[in-house]
Design a protein around this ligand. Sequence first.
Ligand code: ADP
Ligand code: 5GP
Length: 199
Amino acid sequence: MSEKGKLIVISGPSGAGKSTVVFKAMEGRDDLCFSTSVTTRKPRPGEVDGREYFFVDLDRFAEMIKNDELLEHAVYVANSYGTPRKYVEDKLDSGMNVLLDIEVQGARQVAEKKPDAVKIFIIPPSLEELERRLVGRGTDTARAIEARLIRARQEYREADFYDYIIINDDADRAAEELKAIILAEHCRAADRAHYLRDL
Ligand code: ADP
Ligand code: 5GP
């Protein structure tokens, strides 16, 4: 692979289906990788350290910020989350497309540092469906679900910051849309200008 990879920033309310869609899109693809974030949130049942997240305490998180180990970081519903910088940069340099599943404040920080990042907002077909999915996922308390629904309404107001919106009604279709966006981004004229050099 000679081209540099694309940085794909994915946001959307918790429960929209971001991880479902991202992992579906990655199936059978060796050019896509997912950046595992660090968080101070406690693992949910079934979550494994190093797979869904690197689970750290507040001291370690503060140290990572101090050492400039994070590309971005933000607080979301009382927990801190951040993207380890080195993994992202190494993968992009090696030509891999890197997917970040991060909330809006983090997406804005990434866009400042990496203006070429592709910004995608994933939403469910309705807020009622979002609530059903959060309840159905069975990983959050009623209080946490309420907080996430309040936050979702705030996030919707920032949707115009993104380049693309995927409606996750059917997860297979949403994953196809995500792959189509990545494919189209690699066809940008600016990325292909070197083919015209000989003219
Ligand atoms: P997020 O990563 O955005 O927080 P998840 O991927 O954990 O969301 O999905 C939240 C819940 O909704 C999960 O239980 C998941 O299985 C379910 N889900 C995801 N996509 C769909 C879909 N298109 N239709 C129905 N349920 C879905
Ligand atoms: P959850 O606790 O449901 O896994 O994630 C809550 C929110 O944190 C989601 O909107 C998710 O996109 C966001 N998030 C996960 N990792 C990061 C990260 O590294 N940075 C930022 N800014 N947000 C993140």
